[in-house]
Design a protein around this ligand. Structure first.
Ligand code: IVH
Length: 666
């Protein structure tokens, strides 16, 4: 056996794989495939130095260590605005046409099933898969390459001769309905985790540390967009781009269509997809309509997190009828009591529904809802089921009453002035509020102490070890190791994760404090504006309102929070426990390179990371692909296609000494 012959075996197996998993047309029997795969494994064991990254044996790697590395998306991953009717859909494109100064009927609309899975960005460099990253908050996702590689319809190496230098393929990872049912059946028998729906199952699988599990679950991937790109090939339409992805070895969705914009076509297309829905192997929760012309897409751009050239037309909610058995009251992070409907379990669309939200007491009154009534429940996609109306009054009806005392701490319950909500007045004396607050503090969008999950927090609260957020930093190995199912090894890992999370950013810390109405983006705005905690805590309500998107309510909440002695003490305690962040140095706007986008290529004398952080400190954004938005290309020795691309686009090119000169003069 020579290396060339080995490569031929890899190629053959990959061809068979492609035919089976992408084209759905197997070329050989499973037995034949397995035999060849085993032969390949044998050859590789004998010749470890031959193994090439695209070998199918490389799909299942080692178990990864606990946390997933963060990956910053060069091109943001957006989400979509929703439309729930044909009118809303048409309205959206009429507005787009108006903005483009063309007539509505001139638009060519591309229609794709909206796959109900999770968004993924796959980065290929020079044809090889480098990583797969989740969407995260759109800007920063998580590296899940170990599981992505197990998806057979994702090529490890693109199927073309001259692959682009950089290509990020965006698409949906999903699980078919059949696989979902199988794994749930199995889980029931083995007392394993039962998933609520195929989307949760796909997401849960992607978050596994062990790629063997992902490999067994047969996830699939279908592309629908592009992220960072630096390559020769140009596309003028979305459909052309998807055709190109098919050439690269990806699956294409046979139900994609395009049509010229008019009311009848939208209506027809919706009917088509709705009648297809049941028979499709995967769950879809609507249709995505996109303007096919990429130049028009670019002209329209985005508004906040979603494009102005695409919209999701969602299918209506699933409806079911059941009996309201009881209403419980859950105490949230800020003490608000939420009524939760306990229902006679009903099975709908692969999910058993036994709880639904009731929002607040006004809603219960509006519905004229009593315990014992027959009710109609709606469920749309990932939304928590909702009670929408009473269909028949129960023979014996019992009134739903807001408790006068908190079901957890027995403090008085009071109605919040001018609002429908009732709140437990126990504050940080209430165990439920404490536990919810700790959960929130440790959660993904806050301090992101991944090891400290909600179940563990609940157990530690119950043990009386966690009584406040700051107790997280006082945890000892034994506190955790003594709990059921937690060993010393695990406890050490958890403490390490807590320690690591102490270094944060001002904005993240602010989010984690959980000031009412101050979410992630509000916290970012406040951090950017005030730069230091000291300045923020002393700002008055008027000053706070000068921050983008901060209105009177939020400003008052911030002020009230920092005027509260207990909260102030908590902030001090957290900092004393070691929570720190880098000072936000200077205002972005006054930074010398702000608004500039730089791309680095070729071999440079100084380490790339160093140059990158220098540029970022000066306010520049550093991107990995050249586009019309690139301000400068810093080209070192042996620069390749990025240099060509930059020349083509007329981007200013600097060599390393010119770059050093530029920064010296600052
Ligand atoms: S396009 C810039 N196309 O829906 C536009 N999204 O609700 C980005 N999704 O995060 C999305 N099928 O995970 C697009 N054919 C499709 C889709 C699709 C499913 C998901 C995607 C996105 C979410 C937005």
């Amino acid at each position: 056996m020579t290396f060339i012959e080995y490569q031929t075996v890899v190629k053959q197996l990959n061809e068979w794989n492609y035919a089976y998993h992408v084209l759905d047309t197997p070329l050989v029997s499973d037995a034949e495939y397995d035999a060849a795969f085993r032969q390949l494994q044998f050859i590789e064991q004998q010749n470890l130095d031959w193994i090439i990254p695209e070998s199918p044996t490389q799909r299942i790697g080692d178990v990864v260590s606990s946390a997933f590395e963060k990956i910053s998306h060069d091109v943001k991953m957006l989400s979509l605005a929703n439309a729930f009717s044909i009118e809303e859909t048409i309205d959206f494109f009429v507005k787009a046409a108006k903005e483009l100064d063309i007539s509505f009927s001139e638009l060519v609309i591309f229609s794709e099933p909206k796959l109900d899975g999770l968004a993924m960005s796959l980065r290929y460099e020079n044809g090889f898969l480098v990583y797969g990253a989740t969407r995260g908050d759109g800007q920063v996702g998580e590296n899940v390459t170990h599981n992505i590689k197990t998806i057979q319809s994702i090529p490890l190496k693109l199927k073309i001769e001259n692959p682009p230098e950089i290509l990020e393929i965006r698409g949906e990872v999903f699980m078919t309905k059949a696989v979902f049912e199988n794994i749930n059946e199995l889980a029931k028998i083995e007392n394993g985790r039962v998933f609520a729906n195929p989307r949760n199952a796909a997401a849960g699988t992607i978050r596994q540390l062990n790629p063997k599990i992902a490999a067994e679950r047969n996830l699939q991937f279908i592309p629908y967009g592009i992220g960072a790109y630096s390559g020769e090939r140009e596309f003028s339409t979305h459909s052309e781009m998807l055709d190109y992805f098919a050439l690269l070895g990806f699956k294409s969705n046979p139900h994609n269509q395009h049509f010229s914009a008019n009311e009848h076509h939208f209506e027809q297309d919706y009917q088509r997809m709705e009648s297809l829905r049941e028979s499709l192997p995967m769950e879809i929760d609507g249709i995505v309509y996109k303007i096919d012309d990429l130049a028009l897409q670019e002209k329209l751009g985005f508004i906040s997190r979603s494009p102005k050239w695409a919209i999701a037309r969602k299918f209506p909610a699933q409806i079911m009828i059941t009996t309201l058995l009881e209403v419980d009251f859950q105490v949230g992070r800020t003490g608000v009591l939420t009524p939760v409907a306990r229902l006679e379990p009903v099975f709908v669309g692969g999910v058993t529904v036994s709880n639904a939200t009731l929002h607040n007491m006004d809603e219960i009154e509006r519905l004229n809802l009593y315990i014992g009534d027959k009710v109609e429940i709606h469920r749309a996609g990932d939304v928590i089921p909702k009670v929408v109306k009473v269909v028949a009054e129960g023979e014996t009806r019992r009134k739903i009453i807001m408790p006068t005392h908190c079901p957890v701490c027995e403090s008085d319950v009071k109605r919040i002035e001018n609002q429908a909500a009732f709140r437990c007045t126990g504050g940080l004396k209430c165990a439920a509020q404490i536990a919810e607050r700790i959960k929130y503090y440790a959660s993904r969008n806050c301090m992101n102490i991944r090891q400290l999950g909600t179940k563990l927090i609940e157990a530690l609260c119950e043990q009386g070890v966690l009584n406040s957020v700051v107790d997280i930093y006082r945890l000892k190995i034994d506190d955790i190791a003594n709990l059921e199912k937690q060993g010393e090894k695990n406890a050490t890992k958890i403490l390490a994760a807590i320690e690591n999370s102490k270094k944060t950013t001002f904005a993240t810390f602010l989010t984690a404090l959980g000031i009412p109405e101050v979410g992630e983006s509000g916290a970012k705005n406040l951090a950017r504006h005030f730069k230091t905690l000291e300045k923020l805590c002393t700002a008055d309500v008027e000053t706070l309102q000068t921050v983008p998107d901060v209105g009177l309510v939020t400003a008052t909440n911030v002020r009230t929070f920092f005027d509260d002695v207990t909260q102030n003490q908590l902030v001090d305690d957290l900092r004393a426990a070691g929570v720190t962040w880098d000072e936000i140095e200077s205002d972005e706007i006054s930074q010398p390179f702000s608004g500039q986008t730089w791309v680095l290529t070729g071999t440079l004398n100084s380490p790339r990371n160093e140059i990158k952080s220098k540029l970022e400190k000066l306010g520049a954004k550093v991107s990995s692909s050249v586009s019309t938005k690139t301000t400068y290309l810093l080209a070192g020795e042996a620069a390749g296609s990025k240099l060509t691309q930059a020349k083509k686009l007329g981007v200013t090119i600097l060599n390393e000494s010119q770059f050093l000169e530029q920064i010296e003069n600052l």
